[in-house]
Write a protein that binds this ligand. Structure first.
Ligand code: AMP
Length: 186
């Protein structure tokens, strides 16, 4: 059976680390909208230049642009045995659009994996990274914005019975062991 996944997790929850481990073990394409935008910007494509206007201001790229990219990507043949979406959907409009795209392609979602870490712990983790833009104030704001965006999506997928929550506050390998167990049980 195809493994059609969406990964969710707040900044610092370890989603990137787990994503790397998942694709190594399950050999499905990792579709990160952030990576697609960064590549398009580096190549200065028309889409990249359009996306840059928003990304440079720290805003979301408009849904029409983002949904179009994901639609094209999911139509590629390498997604036939599954895919792992990362950074998409970020809005309910995108989540509903994804449902339509997947219905058209006859590729229903298998699961949504949410790496859950309480915000206080995330703030400490992000501070420990020591990036120049990671001051306590910007971290707090980034987390608040992300929590606000994340909550309706969690409810949306929970309502569909697709949500699997992994306690992401533990050791990387313990978190991955739980993730593997979920993925193998699907
Ligand atoms: P990320 O690497 O996922 O943090 O994405 C980097 C930037 O790309 C974000 O700050 C957004 O401006 C843009 N972006 C990535 N994914 C999306 C999305 N699903 N919807 C809108 N904008 C996005």
């Amino acid at each position: 059976m195809a493994l059609n996944l969406v990964l969710m997790g707040l900044p610092g929850a370890g989603k990137g680390t787990q994503a790397e481990k998942i694709i190594k073990e399950f050999a499905i394409p990792h579709i990160s909208t952030g990576d697609i935008f960064r590549e398009a910007m580096a190549n200065e494509t028309a889409m990249g230049l359009e996306a840059k206007k928003f990304i440079d201001k720290g805003e979301l790229v408009p849904d029409e642009v983002t949904v179009g990219i994901v639609k094209d990507r999911l139509a590629q043949p390498d997604t036939k045995d599954g895919f792992m979406l990362d950074g998409f959907p970020r809005t309910l409009v995108q989540a509903n659009a994804l449902d339509e795209i997947l219905a058209e392609l006859n590729k229903p979602l298998t699961a949504v994996i949410n790496f859950d870490v309480e915000p206080e712990l995330l703030a400490d983790r992000l501070l420990a990274r020591g990036r120049a833009d990671d001051t306590p104030a910007t971290i707090k704001n980034r987390l608040e914005v992300n929590i606000k965006m994340n909550t309706p999506l969690i409810d949306f997928y929970n309502g569909k019975g697709l949500l699997h929550t992994v306690d992401g506050a533990r050791d990387i390998d313990v978190v991955f062991a739980d993730t593997q167990e979920i993925l193998k049980s699907l």
